[in-house]
Design a protein around this ligand. Structure first.
Ligand SMILES: NC(=O)c1ccc[n+]([C@@H]2O[C@H](COP(=O)([O-])OP(=O)(O)OC[C@H]3O[C@@H](n4cnc5c(N)ncnc54)[C@H](O)[C@@H]3O)[C@@H](O)[C@H]2O)c1
Length: 323
């Protein structure tokens, strides 16, 4: 299978490219390196079946030449990370809506299948758990910048479904908190790698708020497994599919777990406002319903949180540049 992966030098993109190459595919990876890192794909660069293009997906000529060549487009390029939503919401909306619109136009022009990576954030503040794919979305006001990402991904989903209605094969997957090696460990990254890098730097683990907010953390191998299946299985076309784990974990418990496997670290609590400023509000709980993933993709996440955290910690210990 010949594939294009946008956001190839990102956390999920780099793992997805490896997996697609394992399946004897030929992969074009596009990334503008705005947040991507070439170290993530250094090994792949040795593989003659991997072609990396350092470019924005907004660059029509380069992208159009690749789209013509491939059978499936995995669209991961995005502006991601909670801190980005509150620091530059305009960029979040422009990148996640306009670039997706641009990519879909090209896919439509050449009749190529698209897999779009959306997020559990689109459910917003909906309190009805677990989240089923056709649940209502509930957002806060526009002056809370944190909603820029959820709204942008939601709008991009509408674009995808619009093209699907016109006949383009499109699949939407919604990820629930992916973590694992190569994730961004800076303050812009996810909570797992932020805690791990704090532990490895011998700093206190900083929990935002009271730590009772929950997430369902999903090891990268399970995220990639579901994504590859969703890109292959014909029954997935035209659907939205949650990909995640069902295990709900409080952030304060996650901090305890990481502290323990890192040999006992201090945990401190910081008000949201101090870290994110005034334009933030958190989503208290997020749990996926995985019935569609189970039925359509035979998707059952395999990696328990304890195992995934240990693997991730070990990886960061050996890759100090990523801390
Ligand atoms: N990691 C998660 O837990 C998670 C959860 C929900 C959804 N997602 C979605 O999965 C996808 C991948 O996420 P990730 O965690 O790997 O993020 P990431 O930031 O590591 O990867 C995104 C990549 O896109 C690149 N990029 C951004 N704009 C670009 C452009 N215009 N042209 C080319 N490249 C561009 C960045 O340089 C980066 O390498 C994103 O679409 C994200 O919204 C991720």
């Amino acid at each position: 299978m010949r594939c294009l992966v946008t956001g190839a030098a990102g956390f999920v993109g780099s793992h997805l490219c490896s997996e697609l190459l394992e399946h004897n595919g030929k992969v074009w990876g596009v990334d503008d390196l705005s947040k991507g890192r070439q170290e993530r794909i250094a090994e792949l660069m040795e593989n003659p079946d991997f072609i990396f293009v350092n470019n924005s997906i907004g660059e029509s000529a380069a992208l159009s030449a690749i789209v013509k060549e491939v059978e499936v487009i995995y669209h991961l390029a995005a502006v991601v990370g909670v801190k980005q939503y509150v620091e530059d919401p305009a960029r979040v909306v422009e990148a996640n809506v306009c670039q997706t619109a641009h990519l879909l136009k090209l896919a439509w022009q050449y009749g190529k299948k698209v897999l779009f990576t959306s997020t559990s954030e689109v459910y917003g503040k909906n309190k009805e758990l677990p989240f089923v794919e056709n649940a209502d979305r509930l957002y806060g006001p526009s002056d809370k910048d944190r909603w820029s990402y959820a709204i942008a991904k939601s709008a991009a989903e509408h674009l995808c479904l619009g093209y699907s209605r016109k006949g383009l094969p499109v699949v939407i997957v919604r990820y629930f908190n992916a973590y694992g090696p190569r994730a961004d460990s800076s303050s812009y990254g996810g909570v797992v790698t932020r805690f791990i890098s704090q532990a490895l730097r011998d700093e206190p683990l900083t929990v935002h708020g009271d730590g009772c907010q929950t997430r369902c953390f999903t090891y990268i191998d399970d995220i990639v497994d579901g994504t590859v299946k969703a890109g292959h299985v014909p029954e997935a076309e035209g659907r939205i599919i949650n990909l995640g784990s069902k295990r709900e974990t409080k952030i304060k418990d996650l901090a305890e777990m990481i502290s323990e496997i890192a040999g006992g670290k201090k945990i401190v609590y910081q008000p949201y406002r101090e870290f994110y400023g005034p334009y933030y509000e958190d989503i208290p709980r997020r749990v996926p319903d995985l019935s569609v993933a189970e039925q359509v993709l035979d998707y059952y996440p395999q990696v328990p949180l304890e195992t995934g955290l240990k693997k991730t910690l070990e990886w960061y210990k050996s890759e100090q540049d990523f801390i």
